[in-house]
Design a protein around this ligand. Structure first.
Ligand code: GTP
Ligand code: MG
Length: 195
């Protein structure tokens, strides 16, 4: 589906703003700066569709993209951004919980994890939230190009071990590099195969 029907639909700050749940939906979640926007750009084949920036926490809304005529892709704001005011963080967490527990057409969440860092405590928090919301999630490792082969294997072991404790976790881990294109076709195929 690269390049064709992908388009930014809208940014949402409240449940009342959600588009109708008339398509299969997937969401991307991850720590600030993990590479969400870059991955969305790579998956859609549109270099400037989701803003990729060097400023952590730039993405502050739930951003809806039309991926195909039958798929929405949702970019959740980066979590674990310490500089955001508490009131903003709390408002955001409320919206996130409402979205995850109330979106019937949401088929899978992709939890993005930086290959250099592995799973951090904020990732554990979102994975636990996904468990309790009964949203199946799959881990996508990002920025694989920044890590040597042998270090990658060690991080993967850590991630596998953590995932085994989460009932909503899908066991297969996808290794990606938005920069080099690794794993992008695999991720596209996974999304396209959801029904
Ligand atoms: P926020 O929306 O600000 O939370 O960040 P994000 O998760 O959307 O990350 P973004 O895509 O903006 O990428 C953050 C930084 O990492 C940018 O400088 C990107 O160029 C870089 N980056 C993203 N993906 C890759 C990758 O696969 N390889 C390398 N080497 N760098 C990457
Ligand atoms: Mg972003």
């Amino acid at each position: 589906f690269a390049g064709n029907n992908s388009d930014f639909l809208k940014g949402v700050v409240a449940m009342s703003g959600l588009p109708p749940g008339d398509r299969i939906e997937v969401c991307f979640a991850g720590r600030s700066n993990v590479g969400k926007s870059s991955l969305i750009n790579a998956v859609t084949g549109r270099t400037r569709l989701a803003r990729a920036s060097n400023t952590p926490g730039r993405t502050q809304e739930i951003n809806f993209f039309s991926l195909t005529d039958s798929h929405y892709l949702v970019d959740l704001p980066g979590y674990g951004y310490a500089n955001a005011p508490l009131a903003i963080v709390e408002k955001w967490q409320r919206l996130l919980k409402q979205y995850l527990s109330g979106r019937a057409n949401l088929r899978r969440a992709f939890v993005l994890v930086d290959t250099r860092h592995g799973i951090k405590s904020v990732d554990e928090e979102i994975m636990s939230l996904l468990d309790s919301s009964a949203v199946t999630f799959q881990v996508v490792m990002t920025k694989a190009d920044k890590v040597k082969d042998k270090d990658r294997q060690r991080i993967l072991e850590q991630v596998r071990e953590r995932l085994s404790k989460h009932p909503a976790a899908f066991p297969e881990i996808v290794m990606t590099s938005s920069e080099k294109g690794d794993g992008i076709a695999t991720l596209r195929a996974i999304i396209a195969g959801l029904d």
